[in-house]
Design a protein. Structure first.
Ligand code: GLU
Length: 444
């Protein structure tokens, strides 16, 4: 495999799709040595097939606001790879959404889902619609219009969307209601449903909880106890909330959260009711974190990211590329114990490179945040079995899955000097599973 040649071809085919190209390059660099040990892959152009989505669906989403004005948004579903199971991955509703972002997310999802041990392919979708400042009725009408088109392409054995940025239980409810009405079927076509209507225990917390289970395992490889450590994290949405909750439950002290407006520094620690307040901030739909500072007498730093603060553990919990080279240099000066992406591709290529070159404990989103989609997979199992598992049962499964993901990373990522390159480990482990399945299924 010639990574440069492959990247040049892809750049020509998909000019300007920066996030997608970034995600592909990272995986190619990680797997090239392993790939080259398998001439049978090269013979059937496995990698050329794997980097292209199987199918992309784009559609218009017209809807009417509360004043009667009509809006037209773009809707997408990227069905990336179905070698090991039905397409699975979230829907993102955010003004920044474009095809490059959804292709990168769907590509990442393919490997992430492979790591979970569950039979799920990779997909992602969404819209450039923003829920910011919209009433619940407007959001409902948007979701109904979005699903009127999407429902043709999804199903419990075909493609199972879920939430992502801007899509939570409320939106999944509106989408599910419309799917049910159009298809005349009640089935597990979406995950992240409410507990009373087919949802799984733990799902809302699973991404953050799973991330902390994973980080705990990373720390254990160095005999470090997470209790008493300080954590600087970004974001204040569902993922940041789950991560903060579990971190403080494990005895760590979370000292920052952030939003598009700036970050909060709370040296007393963000725990208890302060964590629950994050949910209120999110529910307000204003997409700002500043009110936290007024309510709890903490510091608000406008327009900055939390990475300047000294902490033991740094977690990206907001969005892609939110931690760049400069941020990484600043963080490294503070000699952190661990840096982990909880958001998908939270670090830029250069930042990732810096962390790995310094040989610090660093892990990529597709391993760290896989607990979210894994619990979605458990929701699918429960829906198919027509059963509802207890919180304990789901948490046990989640622990087992995270343990297995960590083991796979160590198995494929350990270098000759003993350092574990989790980026390489996660990419190779995910790739090998998908590649073997694609080999078995012929050139399709
Ligand atoms: N959006 C989440 C992710 O990035 C969850 C996807 C799902 O549950 O299908 O993995």
């Amino acid at each position: 495999m010639d990574v440069n040649k492959l990247m040049i071809t892809l750049e020509q085919k998909h000019p300007g799709e920066l996030e997608y190209l970034q995600a592909v390059k990272e995986v190619l660099l990680s797997i090239k040595d392993v790939y080259n040990m398998h001439p049978e892959f090269e013979k059937v152009k496995l990698i050329e097939r794997l980097v292209e989505p199987e199918r992309i669906i784009t559609f218009r989403v017209p809807w009417t606001d509360d004043r009667g004005d009509v809006h037209v948004n773009l809707g997408y579903r990227v069905q990336f790879n179905s070698a090991i199971g039905p397409y699975k991955g979230g829907l993102r509703f955010h003004s920044s959404v474009n095809l490059s972002i959804l292709k990168f997310l769907a590509f990442e999802q393919t490997f992430k889902n492979a790591l979970t041990t569950l039979p799920m392919g990779g997909g992602k979708g969404g819209s450039d619609f923003s829920i910011r400042g919209r009433s619940s009725n407007e959001i409902m009408r948007f979701c109904q219009s979005f699903m009127e088109e999407l429902f043709h392409y999804i199903g419990p054995d075909e493609d199972v969307p879920a939430g992502d940025i801007g899509v939570g239980t409320r939106e999944i409810g509106f989408l599910f209601g419309t799917y049910k009405k159009l298809s005349h079927k009640w089935n597990g076509v979406l995950t992240g449903k409410g507990i009373e209507w087919g949802g799984s225990e733990i799902r809302t917390k699973a991404t953050g909880y799973g991330a902390l289970y994973f980080i705990n395992q990373m720390l254990q490889t160095k005999d470090v106890d997470i209790a008493g450590k300080t954590v600087a994290l970004s974001g204040f949405g569902n993922v940041a909330w789950g991560a903060a909750k579990k971190a403080s439950e494990l005895g760590a002290k979370v000292i920052t959260i952030s939003g598009p407006d700036g970050y909060i520094y709370d040296p007393d620690g963000i725990s208890g009711e302060k964590i629950d307040y994050m949910l209120e901030l999110r529910a307000s739909g204003d997409d700002i974190c500043q009110p936290y500072a007024e309510k709890f007498n903490a510091t608000f730093v406008r327009g900055e990211k939390p990475w300047t603060k000294k902490a033991d553990i740094y977690l990206t919990c907001a969005t892609q590329n939110e931690l760049n080279e400069n941020d990484a240099q600043m963080i490294l000066k503070n000699q952190p114990i661990c840096v982990a992406e909880v958001s998908n591709m939270g670090c830029t290529e250069k930042a990732t490179e810096l962390f790995i070159n310094e040989k610090i404990l660093f892990a990529p989103g597709k391993a760290v945040n896989a607990g979210g989609v894994a619990t979605s997979g458990l929701e699918m199992s429960q829906n198919s079995m027509r059963l509802h598992w207890s919180e304990n049962d789901v948490d046990e499964h989640l622990h087992r899955i995270i343990h297995s993901i960590h083991e796979q990373c160590v198995k494929y990522g350990r270098t000759s000097d003993g350092y574990v390159n989790y980026v390489k480990g996660a990419n190779i482990a995910g790739f090998m599973k998908v590649a073997n399945a694609m080999m078995a299924q012929g050139i399709v």
